[in-house]
Design a protein around this ligand. Structure first.
Ligand SMILES: Cc1cc2nc3c(=O)[nH]c(=O)nc-3n(C[C@H](O)[C@H](O)[C@H](O)COP(=O)(O)OP(=O)(O)OC[C@H]3O[C@@H](n4cnc5c(N)ncnc54)[C@H](O)[C@@H]3O)c2cc1C
Length: 439
C-alpha cells in the first residue's frame, strides 16, 4: 500500500518514554508538520513511577541527535562524557559479615542518571502531539485502508498506522499476534521474570548520622550477594539515596501473574533478606522509607515487531529484566529508527509503503530487542553471582577467591561494550539502506 505521506497520516502511540520519544523525534525531524500524530494514554495524567533512570551512551547519543541534550543536561545527575571511560559502579561482595570491594565497573561514557518525571517533562516539552488522556486502548480493527482503535471510554479513533508503545500489557501486541494467527503465542501476556525488586529512598542525612563516611553517600555501589543484589546511588536533587534491590525466586519464572505490579511492603520483609549481610548494608536497610515491592514481568521474545499498518516498540515488544538498565534505552532506539524510516520516506522519495516500513523496522528492531532480553538475563546471572563454578558458595560465606570475583564481575563490563555511542547509528543506517534499496 504505497501512500503519499504528506497527504495522509494519522498516527497514535502511548505516552511512556518510548511514545514520547517517538513524538519528540517526529518533531525534531519536521515530520509533525506533515503528519498528524496523536498520543492516546490510558492514565488520567502523564506520570512515571520510580525515581531514577539511567541511559547509556547508545541512547544518549540519540537524545543528542534529536536536539534534546541542552534540556536534558539540566536534569541529569552528572553530565555524560561519552568518549571517555567512566566508573559506573563500585562492586562489593556484601553478603558476608565483612564485605569486600571487588572492582569498579568501567564503561566508555558511563551511564547518565536523571529523574524519570523530569525526563518525561523534557520529552513533552519537545513534542508537538496532542495527548489524549484516559484513553485506554482495548482493541484494534484493521481494514485495507485504515486502522480503527477502540478505547475503554467508548471512543474510537481512525488512523493510518499504529505504533504500539503501550507498555508491557500492550493491546497492540495482542492485536499483532492475533492478526498473525498466533493467539496462543507465549508472548500474548507478560509472565513473571523470576525476580522481585524492592525500591525505596534513603535519607542521606539520616545515613550520615548513624554511619558517617558511608560509601553510598557519594558513590554508586552494587552490593552483590548470592541470588540477590542491590544498587544504590545518591540523588543530588533531593538529598536521598536511591535503593533498588533485586532478589530471585526462580520458581515463579515464566508463571502467569495478573496481580498488581507494585505494592507497598513492610520494612521487615526487606530486613529479612539481608540478615547475613555486612553492617553497612543493614544500616541502609534500617533507614528505608516507604518501601515498595515490584513484581518484575517480562514479555517472552517475539519474532516480529510489525506487519502492515501496525508496529510495536518499547516494553510492548521487549519488556525485559532490568539488570542492564537499558529497557527504556531500547525504547528510545525503536522510536529513533522508526522516525528515521518515516523521515527518509517523507523527505526522500515522498512515496512510501507502510508494510515495507513495518517490515524493515521489525527486521532491525526485533533481533535487537531479543538480544537485549538475552543480554539482560546474562547480566542478571553475573550480578546475582550464580555461574556454575560458584555453585558451592552460599549466602553469608566468603569462600570465593577475590580474583575469581574480580574476573566474574568483569563480564558485566563486557556486556556494556554493546551500549557505546554510535551503535544505534549503525542500525539506523542499515534500516535506511534497506528502505533505499527498494527504489
Ligand atoms: C526496576 C526497574 C529499573 C529500570 N531501570 C532502567 C534504567 O535505568 N534504564 C533504562 O533504560 N530502563 C530501565 N528500566 C526499564 C524501563 O523502565 C522501561 O523499559 C521503559 O519505561 C519502557 O518504556 P515504554 O514507553 O516502552 O513503556 P511504558 O513506560 O510502560 O509506557 C507505556 C505507556 O502506555 C500506557 N498504556 C498502557 N496500556 C495502554 C493502553 N491499553 N492504552 C493506552 N495507553 C496504554 C501506559 O500508561 C504508559 O504511559 C527499568 C525497569 C525497572 C522495572
Amino acid at each position: 500500500m504505497p501512500v503519499r505521506m504528506d497527504e495522509y497520516f494519522r498516527f497514535p502511540t502511548g505516552a511512556g518514554i518510548g511514545g514520547l520519544t517517538l513524538s519528540a523525534a517526529f518533531k525534531a525531524m519536521g515530520l509533525d508538520q506533515k503528519l498528524e500524530i496523536n498520543i492516546y494514554e490510558a492514565s488520567s495524567q502523564i506520570s512515571e513511577i520510580g525515581a531514577g533512570i539511567g541511559f547509556w551512551p547508545r541512547a544518549w547519543s540519540i537524545f543528542q541527535n534529536l536536539g534534546l541534550e541542552e534540556d536534558l543536561s539540566k536534569i541529569v545527575e552528572r553530565p555524560p562524557n561519552l568518549d571517555n571511560p567512566q566508573t559506573v559502579f563500585h562492586v562489593r561482595k556484601a553478603d558476608q559479615s565483612e564485605g569486600l570491594n571487588i572492582r569498579e565497573i568501567v564503561s566508555i561514557g558511563g551511564t547518565t542518571w536523571m529523574h524519570r518525571a523530569s525526563l518525561q517533562d523534557v520529552l513533552v516539552k519537545n513534542s508537538n502531539s496532542p495527548i489524549h488522556l484516559s484513553h485506554r486502548l482495548v482493541s484494534v480493527d484493521e481494514s485495507d485502508s485504515e486502522v480503527t482503535l477502540h478505547f475503554e471510554n467508548g471512543k474510537m479513533a481512525k488512523c493510518d498506522f499504529v505504533v504500539g508503545m503501550d507498555g508491557i500489557k500492550s493491546a497492540v501486541r495482542k492485536h499483532l499476534l492475533t492478526k498473525r494467527g498466533l493467539p496462543k503465542s507465549p508472548s500474548m501476556e507478560p509472565v513473571c521474570s523470576g525476580y522481585v525488586t524492592y525500591r525505596a529512598l534513603i535519607s542521606k542525612e539520616a545515613l550520615r548520622k548513624i554511619f558517617p563516611g558511608h560509601r553510598a553517600l557519594d558513590t554508586f555501589v552494587i552490593y552483590s550477594g548470592k541470588w540477590r543484589h542491590f544498587v544504590s546511588y545518591p540523588l543530588s536533587a533531593n538529598g536521598m539515596i536511591n535503593f533498588a534491590a533485586l532478589t530471585a525466586d526462580l520458581s515463579t519464572e515464566g508463571a502467569a501473574y495478573d496481580g498488581p505490579t507494585i505494592v507497598p511492603c513492610p520494612l521487615e520483609e526487606i530486613e529479612a533478606l539481608f540478615t547475613k549481610w555486612e553492617d553497612e548494608v543493614k544500616a541502609m536497610v534500617a533507614l528505608i522509607e516507604k518501601p515498595t515491592r515490584w513484581v518484575i514481568r517480562t514479555v517472552p521474545p517475539m519474532d516480529c515487531y510489525g506487519l502492515g499498518r501496525v508496529v510495536i516498540g518499547g516494553d510492548a515488544a521487549h519488556a525485559t529484566t532490568p539488570f542492564l538498565g537499558n529497557g527504556a534505552g531500547r525504547a528510545v532506539e525503536d522510536a529513533y529508527i522508526l522516525a528515521n524510516l518515516f523521515s527518509e520516506g517523507l523527505h526522500g522519495t515522498g512515496n512510501i509503503s507502510l508494510p515495507k516500513i513495518s517490515e524493515i523496522y521489525s527486521a532491525i528492531c526485533c533481533p535487537a530487542g531479543n538480544r537485549l532480553i538475552e543480554q539482560s538475563r546474562r547480566a542478571g546471572r553475573i550480578l546475582e553471582m550464580v555461574p556454575p563454578d560458584f555453585q558451592t558458595a552460599e549466602e553469608g560465606d566468603a569462600i570465593i577467591p577475590p580474583e575469581k570475583l574480580f574476573h566474574h564481575f568483569g563480564l558485566y563490563e563486557t556486556e556494556l561494550g554493546t551500549l557505546k555511542k554510535g551503535q544505534a547509528e549503525e542500525d539506523k543506517e542499515r534500516a535506511l539502506q534497506m528502505l533505499r534499496d527498494l527504489h
